[in-house]
Write a protein that binds this ligand. Structure first.
Ligand code: IPM
Ligand code: MN
Length: 393
């Protein structure tokens, strides 16, 4: 019997709907195995802020830090919900945890399942075999262009004073100037890149040739931060002689990513580049409804679908819950590896198998994948397939 305390942060809009399906998966596992999940739901987000004046209740950050074994988040963002200082209302939750819990790696797997149409040209047809898209992009998650906002959000989550970058001079600029510093540290880069190489060692290489490969994606022809990132990459790579090193500039990478996704195995990159590249990459895996993620540090982790709160779809029970269900799969994998729990690791693999079978079957798909099923239909169907497999063990 292993019991895990899970903080569930549904957030805004469709985040609330997909969180229900994430919880259904945890309940199903609890029902059919010895693994227990004590789920604590914490209301939060922009809408919550408009209603209560708080992004989340007092003590929520501390609960996530001190009491939860892992955290699940739906999505943050509500139309018109901004803080008086201009920051996103709900930012304390998502950005505050990324920075405040030191979750330095945003791990985003990009995999095209059999039965899922990629979205490169918006038609429900495939030009690739599913096994041609199978990579993981690691986005640095605590510094870069987000640094000031992250730090400010974490301070707020801890009930401390905000943070503004120091005054700077910009020669040649006149009138009002707004700027976001983009600090990149050797330490922050090193731990992210190292995790990328370690993840690479658990995989079976790039689809095109089976070669284990880590690609360093930066703009080191232009920025000093990226030069430091690339130098750090070379240093870390020295300890992984079995893994091929690859380099690309972010602009050219977007082209290669869409033309030859089969070349990529693991990609490491800085914060904003990773934010942009993973939305683009989601197109290769069937869209944002399929994109899962984990915000991972040495001591904490939170898992969330990459998509936002999608206000225009909210309240209609129509969005795809698979990004959330796969985020739960990542959570189980992370919990299992941390506690050397082979049985939980097996359960996480059975969940992945259940999702893969569901998609291959293709009879219950949401609108984004060409179907007419509801969010609840897909969630309950995957949960019942999972229950069947768990009972068969
Ligand atoms: C993401 C989102 C967030 C980000 C927003 C909601 C602040 O786009 O998780 O990718 O920019 O990181
Ligand atoms: Mn994003």
């Amino acid at each position: 019997m292993s019991d895990h305390v899970i903080a569930v942060l549904p957030g805004d809009g469709t985040g609330k709907e997909v969180a229900v399906e994430a919880q259904r998966i945890l309940d199903t596992i609890q029902e059919h195995t010895n693994h227990g999940f004590e789920q604590t739901v914490i209301p939060c987000g922009g809408q919550h802020y408009l209603a209560t004046g708080e992004e989340w209740g007092e003590g929520s950050f501390e609960f996530c830090r001190d009491d939860a074994d892992a955290i699940f988040m739906g999505a943050i963002g509500y139309p018109g919900a901004w803080l008086p200082n201009g920051d996103l209302a709900g930012g304390s939750v998502i950005l505050g945890m990324r920075s405040g819990l030191d979750l330095y790696a945003n791990v985003r797997p990009i995999r095209l399942y059999e039965g899922v149409p990629h979205k490169v040209h918006g038609r429900f047809t495939n030009i690739w075999d599913p096994d041609m898209v199978n990579m993981v992009i690691l986005r640095e998650n605590t510094e870069g262009l987000y640094h000031s906002l992250l730090h400010r959000s974490a301070q707020r989550a801890k009930g401390l004073e905000g943070y503004e970058p120091p005054e700077m001079e910009f020669p040649g600029l006149h009138g009002e100037v707004a700027y976001d510093p983009r600090p990149i540290s050797a330490h922050g880069s090193e731990r992210l890149i190292k995790m990328g190489f370690d993840i690479c060692n658990t995989r079976s290489g790039a689809p095109v040739d089976g070669v284990s490969r880590v690609s360093c994606i930066d703009k080191s022809n232009v920025t000093r931060g990226c030069q430091l990132f690339r130098r750090t990459f070379d240093t870390v790579a020295g300890s992984y002689s079995n893994i091929e090193k690859d380099y690309g500039y972010i602009d050219a990478f977007t082209q290669w990513l869409t033309r030859t996704p089969e070349f990529y195995d693991v990609v490491v990159t800085s914060n904003m580049f990773g934010d942009i590249a993973t939305d683009l990459a989601s197109v290769l895996q069937g869209g944002m409804g399929m994109a899962a993620s984990g915000n991972i540090g040495d001591d904490h982790a939170f898992f969330e679908p990459v998509h936002g709160s999608a206000p225009k779809h909210a309240g209609q029970n129509k969005v795809n819950p698979i990004a959330s269900i796969n985020s739960v799969q990542m959570m189980l994998d992370w919990l299992a590896r941390r506690s050397n729990d082979d049985d939980l690791l097996e359960v996480s693999k059975i969940l992945d198998q259940s999702v893969a079978e569901h998609l291959k079957d293709g009879s219950s798909l949401t609108y984004d994948l060409g179907g007419t099923a509801s969010c609840t239909d897909v969630g309950t169907s995957i949960a019942s397939r999972l229950a069947t497999h768990l009972k068969e063990r």
